[in-house]
Ligand binder design. Structure first.
Ligand SMILES: [Zn+2]
Length: 418
């Protein structure tokens, strides 16, 4: 398979169909599975043996029924309809983070992209420890790094389809040694490829800060690192502001999930209004450009065709709610278009950028994996690329379903680590 050089990637975004001008990305949701299996590996043999029953909707939503058919979605046709709904509501790009342990299907994503015209940007790397392939047990940091670099530059999971972002790198509590090795490899992949890094933190409210310290120690670019699932992890402003002040990007990616009866932990899951209030506080503190949002739909009952909120929810309901709550058009565009575009644009960064070398080739980094192994490393990325252009898309008149939506959620037993 042809291998892209970092000079070919620099300044571009990478979808499952190839490199694109980042100005084309438009309104973007940053954290979604489209083709997934979040059923714990030990239960996958029973998947799909019992069909879903719409009459058990509430039981699925509240983890009283953990039917694996709810946690498995491998149908390209279903994913295509879901993305068509997203596009009809005004969306343009979906970042798809089904990675190692969750049965990624790069070719299936390419089919969905061709059928819908949407941009799909695929992740890479590995999910939480007990979902990982047992073959990962003794792998080194460099082995994980090399795999992720190859997934971005050459192709992922045995295909020629390339990843456009590193992650979501999975972590649980207590944080495992294997997960630390994967994340250390992901930092090298970030430095080497100029891609952004997105991380699924453990549920412990102090874990995101442990991530920041881990990342700093390894020279990660925090401005191009996303801490996912803030909604279910951080419940106080001290921790929230400390993270924001560190310079990472904060992701509220459970929009549409509002259930009090949350199966994974005894928390009060915020509703969409509370999510927007938290985002408001972060923006008011001056952290423009550090917020992205998504739905993280990974249960079949969350799909519109099963009565769930679906991938169009943010465009259909949340963006209008933002406006009602006083978000400016500039702030909405920043969250939906500009910050995703900055993150999805490959950079070279570091010394090369500071030396004013926009047209210069990326220099190898002595500390990067490739710097050590092959001299093809990218200097540690630092500043945003400052890509410009691409306005806020308006919703196509009369498009999209008008039906009211209910709230999806995860079922605890079938996907205990999410
Ligand atoms: Zn996650």
């Amino acid at each position: 398979m042809a291998r892209l050089s970092r000079d070919e990637m620099r300044g571009k975004a990478q979808t499952v169909l190839g490199l694109v001008d980042p100005a084309e990305l438009g309104s973007t949701i940053m954290h979604e599975p489209l083709l997934w299996n979040v059923t714990p590996p030990g239960r996958r043999h029973e998947a799909l043996t019992e069909p879903l029953d719409p009459g058990r909707y509430w039981k699925y939503l509240t983890a009283q029924d953990d039917n694996p058919a709810n946690t498995t979605q491998k149908d390209v046709g279903v994913a295509t309809r879901a993305v068509e709904e997203f596009v009809a509501e005004g969306g343009r790009t979906v970042v798809e983070l089904t990675i190692g342990g969750l049965e990624p299907d790069p070719e299936g994503l390419a089919q969905v992209a061709r059928a819908t015209g949407a941009h799909l940007v695929m992740g890479c790397g590995h999910y939480v420890d007990d979902y990982q392939d047992p073959a990962n047990e003794d792998r080194t940091v460099d082995s994980f790094a090399r795999e992720m670099i190859d997934q971005v530059q050459e192709g992922a999971w045995g295909t020629g389809v390339r990843a456009g972002i590193v992650g979501e790198i999975g972590c649980v509590w207590p944080w495992t040694e294997k997960e630390k090795r994967v994340l250390a490899g992901a930092v090298i992949a970030q430095q080497e490829t100029g891609a952004a890094l997105t991380i699924h933190p453990a549920r412990h409210e102090d874990h995101p800060w442990m991530l920041v310290e881990f990342l700093r120690d390894r020279g990660a670019d925090l401005s191009r690192t996303i801490i996912d699932h803030i909604d279910r992890t951080i419940f106080d402003d001290d921790r929230l502001f400390r993270l924001a002040d560190a310079g990472v990007v904060l992701e509220w990616d459970l929009f549409g999930q509002e259930a009090t009866y949350y199966g994974h932990a005894d928390i009060d899951m915020p509703n969409d209004g509370a999510r927007l209030k938290a985002i408001r506080r972060v923006l008011d503190r001056g952290h423009r450009g550090q917020v992205v949002i998504s739905h993280d739909i990974c249960h079949v009952m969350q799909l519109s065709e099963w009565g769930g909120h679906g991938y169009g929810h943010i465009h259909r309901s949340v963006i209008p709610l933002m406006r009602k709550r006083g978000f400016t058009e500039s702030e909405v565009a920043e969250i939906m278009v500009e910050t995703p575009r900055r993150l999805l644009t490959f950079i070279c960064g570091g010394a090369t950028q500071r030396e004013g070398g926009a047209g210069r080739p990326c220099a190898p980094s002595a500390s990067s994996l490739a710097g050590r192994l092959a001299g093809r490393g990218c200097v540690r990325p630092s500043a945003p690329t400052g890509a410009s252009g691409g306005g806020w898309p308006t919703r196509a008149p009369g498009s999209g379903p008008a039906a009211s939506r209910t709230h999806g959620r995860r079922s605890a037993g079938a996907s205990g680590r999410l």
